[in-house]
Design a protein around this ligand. Sequence first.
Ligand code: PSU
Ligand code: MN
Length: 309
Amino acid sequence: MKTFEQFLDIKQEVKEALKNNLPVVALESTIISHGMPYPDNVVMAKKVEQLIREQGAVPATIAIMDGRIKVGLTDEDLETLAKSKHVVKVSRRDMASVIALKEMGATTVASTMICAEMANIKFFVTGGIGGVHKGYEETLDVSADLEELAQTNVTVICAGAKAILDLPRTMEYLETKGVSVVGYQTKVLPAFYTRTSDIELRLHVDKIEDLAKIVYTKEQLNLKGGLLVANPIPEKDSLDGAYMNDIIDRAVKQSVKDHVQGKDVTPYLLKKIVEETKGKSLQANLALVYNNAVVGGKLAKAYQDLHKK
Ligand code: PSU
Ligand code: MN
């Protein structure tokens, strides 16, 4: 037994799927505890799991509870996480302390990747990744998600990075760290609430099977690190770019005035944007996560089919 396995609590259904080489898709929990208000968050968490199942894959939402890394949560666990005011947002640096001190922790993209790799899960669906923040020249605020993508072997399906971030610098950082960003049915980086940005991607594919081939080949080559699939929000759910940028700029300025720092920045901005858009951004956020769940489930399945050949 590897030493970390003593802390892993893999749900029976997930364990069996992994044993039988069936497709499994990991999900993060910070999006539940810190990314959306209750009760939308728990509705989202359950629906995402259902959508993944509909693609023929098994969902595994990850969180830290009672000193254990839970891989696969019950509906009751999801409720607890969604309602509690005392959930720690756990990135890589917080993992050991939250486990050791038996706190309740929700995993970010970075820590979900770590836990997924520990459990041998290859695919992970989220909304948007963290990145280089606007004004980073002053604050040095760069999400640990980017470092994790550089070193942990999990494919992350997201809707790009949202415009609260400095998108060009986020892309440069990923390039430096050797992380492939593959556009799925898009030639430009989607910007979360919107389908497009002015950043051209070096790589895009139109077919799920091609994504699966890229994941498989990266693995055969033994290349370290993650792979980022950028899947744009559906047209009908996307918001107007200029409208959103204006709201985001104001939210970022307010966060500086309010001296928001560290891990509080992203949750603060998300909440402000939901308020300012009177819930429109929340609807868009839900729609894009569902869309990612469908693509993630299909990709996990396509990868497994490829593997069998
Ligand atoms: N982007 C979203 N919703 C979220 C997050 C990002 O649209 O909930 C969360 C993810 O868990 C991501 C984390 O990993 O915020 C990034 O936080 P930070 O910027 O502090 O690294
Ligand atoms: Mn940060």
